[in-house]
Design a protein around this ligand. Sequence first.
Ligand SMILES: *Cc1c(COP(=O)(O)O)cnc(C)c1O
Length: 440
Amino acid sequence: MFGTVPLADPDPTIAELIAARPHLRMHAQDGLLFEGVPLNAIADALATPVWAYGAGTMRARLAALTAALAGLDAHVHYAVKANDHLAVLRVLARGGAGADVVSGGELARALRAGIPGGRVVFSGVGKTAAEIAAALDAGIAQFNVESARELDAISDVAAAMGRTAPVALRVNPDVDAGTHPKITTGRAGDKFGIPYGDAHMLYARAAALPGLRPVGLALHIGSQIVTLAPYRAAFARAAALVRTLRAAGHPVARLDCGGGLGIGYRDPTEAVPAAFAGVLRAAFAGMDLELMIEPGRWLVGPAGVLLATVVRVKDGWVVLDAAMNDLARPAMYDAWHGIVPLAAVRAQAAAVPLDVVGPVCESADTFARARPLPPLADGDRVAILDAGAYGAVMSSTYNARPLAPIALIDGARWAPIRARQPVEALWHGESVPAFLDEGS
Ligand SMILES: *Cc1c(COP(=O)(O)O)cnc(C)c1O
């Protein structure tokens, strides 16, 4: 639910974590099931660390969000940066989602996955001329423009190509989303968007530039938002701006409301589609606006887990074969992720506080501190929950650790959708110049 449910203290138990996630179930013999498929089968076949995604969960979440928007002229553009795998994009595209991209690479991925250019929105503060040209070639729905200079740049590229670029001005509504400082984007001091007070002048300028066709406004106030108040505040400011611009004679047809819907990592407090849609209805009633939303995390976050094996238990530390190079969120944002043993017998044992870490040579390589978990032994497997968003997309090969494989579950089936990176691929493209071996 959206709201002010206080942090459950102590941490949720394993049984509570499973009960709050309809896609998870503990089977006495087969262990932890994800959409009915034993995660042990995936770990047996592909080894760990390995990611597992559930297509059914992604589909169900998109369907729930779409259903909540019924009656509104509103379209979902999935924020590709949350999880850009081609198979994930295909699942969501088939469910009716367009794409919100922030780079030429994401545009290429979206097109490759079969999302039509006309269903793509291009966001981001640093679009290059080459990326703008590629997006115009693809016939995207709109550019969400972040600055006056970017308006000029898009106009120049479009005019040179003999095209007119549809643009929306991304305004910074100056509201605090009340989320982690590294993922809040809608305050006056953040690098994103056009200052609210400049929007009117820039809209007029966009209308006057030869290569541009202003179609509306956009905003995005941050990520992992689980209360409605920041949305209410931002949408009220956006609605006021639309009215001002229309009163000045500008046709403002569209409003892109951004993403940011939060999920329940620790507490079962997540953004509820009906409540969010209610805020949209209240804010824009009778305005005849075409609305867009750009959820990333909410659609795919709960739909992925990272499976790992305990390499060694060292004093109070449980060292996994997965690390911060695989899942960066705990190290980067102090993020809390549920950890559940795959074996039913383990999951039922009495909990003791454990530190769960990865093998990377950084103290930040810590998945959990003093987490109540059953005693774990070398060779035990665990699932790190809610890793479908900002998980594999943020992986690196730090410490020369190859990228982990990925499996996709769909119904009773599953298939590998990415192979483990071979070690030799780590130095692919590198060369050692001959002069290093000259002389001496
Ligand atoms: C990151 C981002 C999103 C998606 O955010 P989530 O929190 O994953 O929903 C949407 N729009 C823009 C412009 C973004 O930068």
